[in-house]
Design a protein around this ligand. Structure first.
Ligand SMILES: NC(=O)c1ccc[n+]([C@@H]2O[C@H](COP(=O)([O-])OP(=O)(O)OC[C@H]3O[C@@H](n4cnc5c(N)ncnc54)[C@H](OP(=O)(O)O)[C@@H]3O)[C@@H](O)[C@H]2O)c1
Length: 246
């Protein structure tokens, strides 16, 4: 088991790639903190993890509200006493074109996609540093690499998250490693909200693998980054996208 005895927070794990990662981390021996806004799905994920003989709790929190974000950290420490792995995966897709964006939508995208990740890292880092070891993983996007993969607020926040990932690696090392995963089209509720594979033909036809990825294919990349298998890798933006833009 690659994460035996570790405590892992996985935000946005009530569905999609976060859920697949929470289940995989638990199977690899981690105690997992599942988060999202939907309590029914959060409970379902925790029940599934427990039914496999593994350990998890859930915390209901809206990532646009920093008091609720702090609740994730507080509950983790109250329950498990420590934290070893922080996977900032929750994300909000903003589809509004630049010229029609309101301050409200712009600010919410920054809160959910960037500020929550910054704040959780700031809360968790002192504990990881004291232990001499910790891992942070952020879910960015191919839209964090190229503007033509999404509208302005999504593209901008994912680019910002890439910068934040490098700052985390630089400022929180040597104890903490921080990396980002840049998924391409992945078969989740978020992709369904834009019409599934058919809604993103450029991401399918524009990749040599000619298909969308599965949430489990992000989870296995996250496991690699969370475990000692990637012990000399930090500050990297790792694309898991079937080869788009090569
Ligand atoms: N699917 C893709 O093609 C794709 C591609 C590139 C990057 N991504 C990124 O991958 C990450 C995961 O998305 P996914 O594709 O797995 O989508 P998903 O299945 O829709 O999952 C999104 C998760 O984020 C949570 N979430 C969203 N907004 C939240 C908020 N305001 N507060 C708390 N939790 C919130 C959702 O929880 P609740 O619904 O319970 O609130 C859910 O658990 C996101 O950061 C996304 O930007 C996705």
């Amino acid at each position: 088991m690659k994460l035996k005895g570790k405590v892992a927070i996985v935000t946005g794990s009530t569905s999609g790639m976060g859920r697949a990662t929470a289940e995989l981390f638990a199977r690899e021996g981690a105690k997992v903190v599942v988060t999202g806004r939907n309590e029914e799905r959060a409970k379902e994920v925790v029940d599934k993890i427990k039914s496999e003989g593994n350990e998890a709790i859930y915390v209901i929190a809206d990532m646009s509200d920093m008091d609720e974000v702090k609740k994730i950290f507080d509950t983790t420490i109250e329950t498990y006493g420590t934290v070893d792995i922080l996977f900032n995966n929750a994300g909000m897709l903003s589809l509004t074109p630049l010229m029609e964006l309101s301050f409200e939508e712009w600010n919410k995208a920054f809160a959910v996609n960037v500020t929550a990740a910054f704040y959780l890292a700031q809360l968790c880092a002192p504990i990881m540093r004291e232990k001499g070891k910790g891992v942070i993983i952020n879910t960015s996007s191919v839209a964090g690499a190229h503007a033509h993969h999404g509208p302005a607020a999504y593209v901008t926040t994912k680019h910002a998250l890439n910068g934040l990932t490098k700052s985390m690696a630089w400022e929180l090392g040597p104890e903490i490693r921080a990396n980002a995963i840049l998924p391409g089209a992945i078969l989740t509720a978020m992709l369904n909200s834009v019409g599934g594979e058919a809604g993103v033909p450029h991401l399918i036809e524009g990749s040599p693998l000619k298909r969308a990825g599965k949430p489990e294919e992000i989870a296995s990349a996250a496991l690699f980054l969370a475990s000692d298998d990637s012990s000399f890798i930090t500050g990297q933006l790792i694309r898991v996208d079937g080869g788009i833009d090569i």
